[in-house]
Design a protein. Structure first.
Length: 256
């Protein structure tokens, strides 16, 4: 019971047993402690050194021989009070340092974060977009690039029902479709019907806009999807700039 309570004060089990043995023996040797604690001499010596460093056991010379003696139990209280003072000192240091660290964090937050993903990590990118729950989404969908990537994409993990969830979460969705023919798929027509006054799609002729990558612009992110990899740029101001770019294209795009 006492050993368990001592471990709560910071000693390990063997240190507690060695300290109790020394406390009961008074002036003693390493062998005496090892025998009392029922451990071998080497183990006893290791833990005695630790207890000496903590100030719970001291070494004394008596009649030309070296002995050990446990400090009074009050020493445990003193050690704990010393630790409390050290904890308070560290808290004070942290409190004085926090404003500077917060300033550094805010400055870092103003810089764009750029991450690259392989197509195999598409599900991870989709999770990032869904997690943000952006009210407005601006999308550029290049159908020809999608068709080139389709065989690869069929073999990778994607979030089931991703498009449906995406449209449910946002309040306004603007999509520019780059294609050779001005045709909407059945799924797209159904989605437009369900999201009236919230989902809008316009057409860009592939002959003039073939170089446009697939792109999703959220509140804080710009996500570009190429044939072999995905790039995610996280920066509020950059996202706003790309929204303006999207709106310029929107104004010259054709309505369906």
């Amino acid at each position: 019971m006492v050993v368990e309570q001592l471990t709560r004060l910071g000693l390990n089990e063997k240190e507690a047993e060695v300290y109790l043995a020394a406390l009961q023996l008074g002036l003693c040797t390493v062998n005496n402690i090892a025998e009392k604690a029922e451990i071998n001499r080497t183990t006893a010596y290791t833990h005695i050194k630790s207890l000496i460093s903590q100030g719970l056991i001291t070494s004394r010379d008596y009649l030309g021989k070296n002995y050990l003696v446990a400090e009074k139990p009050d020493r445990l209280k003193q050690i704990w009070e010393d630790r409390e003072r050290e904890v308070q000192r560290r808290k004070d240091t942290l409190n004085s340092l926090l404003p500077e660290l917060e300033s550094m964090y805010q400055q870092a937050g103003d810089r764009p974060s750029v991450k690259h993903f392989s197509l195999e990590n598409l599900a991870q990118v989709q999770e990032m977009i869904l997690y943000e729950r952006s009210d407005e989404l601006y999308d550029i969908f290049n159908q020809e690039l999608y068709l080139k990537r389709k065989k690869v994409e069929s073999k990778i993990n994607r979030i089931k029902g991703y498009s449906k969830q995406l449209l449910q979460d946002c309040q306004l969705y603007y999509a520019l479709k780059v294609a050779k023919e001005k045709v909407l798929t059945k799924d797209m027509r159904e989605a437009l019907e369900q999201k009236k006054n919230a989902m809008f799609v316009r057409y860009l002729n592939h002959d003039h806009f073939s170089s446009l990558y697939e792109m999703m612009i959220t509140r804080n992110k710009v996500v570009t999807l190429r044939e072999s990899h995905i790039m995610v740029i996280e920066d509020f101001h950059l996202a706003q700039a790309f929204k303006l770019f999207h709106k310029v294209l929107w104004n010259i795009a054709e309505e369906y």
